[in-house]
Ligand binder design. Structure first.
Ligand SMILES: [Fe+2]
Length: 300
């Protein structure tokens, strides 16, 4: 029997009574799916998953993304993980040893410590991400989540009206630049695979109908606004959205699995002593399409 134990009113629930390494019975599946729509972040403990088992569970939510680490950087290099659909959220190299501080993989992954939602730099962004922990550092390295539905609900109606209809430019290399990654090390033809994309600033959840702000460190600007006003607005909304009242912190244990709805949450990784080993992998499921209408064009 699947148990659902909420941590906040409608945000973050612990799921028990189910072994997600095996195919779920229809009733179990339904319980997990309903909890996912309602709580947006689900925590499972004691789930030892192989790569294949993790992907099989994630795939029930939609088509799997391919990890950007397999087609933008590190192309042709041997990876620690076998399956290209899994992103390596570890500090380990292909042989399982702790990577150096100046390793490209570390410099790219460190941007995960900025508040973001996964793959909003893609035309069709991510619907769901599922992170599974094999080894965790003794302290630090938590993941924090922000409930972007609650943030929206907290805005005055006039403010909500002013934000609806705005479209932001999300750029993978913008967020990388914030942590000092030099994009010129990536060949132009690979950089061209992740061009800046438009995303609406206010989203409506397709199942619950709840609205939420769609923010991320990937946002470079708001279309139709001058740079100063655009940056001021993004910074203000980011500061509001990450106030402690909207945030939940997950402290990892080995064999934890956490899955979240990227359409209505943000998250960030917290720092840890990188001499400690951390082994985690993420499966990511695509949304059904772009957030902007097919005929949307940037304002002149
Ligand atoms: Fe992420």
């Amino acid at each position: 029997m699947v148990t659902v134990t909420p941590i906040h009113a409608d945000f973050v629930a612990e799921i028990g009574g189910v072994d997600i390494s095996r195919p779920l019975a229809p009733a179990e599946w339904q319980a997990v799916e309903q909890a996912f729509d309602r709580y947006a972040v689900l925590v499972f403990h004691g789930q030892k998953l192989t790569e294949a088992q993790q992907l099989a569970f994630a795939e029930r939510f939609g088509p799997l993304e391919r990890s950007i680490g397999t087609y933008v950087y590190g192309v042709g290099k041997r990876r620690r993980l076998e399956r290209p659909e899994l992103s390596d959220i570890s500090n380990l190299d292909e042989d399982g040893a702790v990577i150096a501080r100046d390793d490209e993989r570390r410099l790219i992954n460190i941007s995960n410590q900025l508040w973001h939602t996964d793959s909003s730099f893609k035309k069709t962004p991510a619907k769901m991400s599922m992170l599974s922990a094999q080894e965790v550092p003794p302290e630090g390295g938590e993941t924090e989540f922000a409930d972007m539905r609650a943030v929206w609900d907290a805005l005055p109606a006039a403010r909500q009206r002013a934000l609806e209809g705005l479209v932001a430019e999300h750029d993978y290399y913008y967020s990388r630049s914030l942590t000092g990654f030099d994009a010129s090390t990536i060949p132009p033809e690979r950089r061209a695979l992740t061009p800046p994309v438009p995303q609406v600033l206010v989203r409506t959840h397709p199942v619950t109908g709840r609205k939420s702000l769609y923010l991320a460190a990937h946002i470079k600007r708001i279309y139709g606004m001058d740079e100063v006003a655009s940056r001021a607005l993004i910074d203000e909304l980011m500061a509001l959205a990450t106030e402690p009242r909207f945030v939940h912190q997950h402290k990892w244990k080995a064999d934890d699995v956490v899955m979240w709805d990227n359409r209505c949450t943000m998250h960030r990784g917290r720092p840890f002593d990188e001499r400690s080993r951390r082994s985690m992998r993420r499966a990511t499921v695509s949304d059904i399409g772009p957030t902007v209408a097919a005929d949307w064009r940037p304002p002149a």
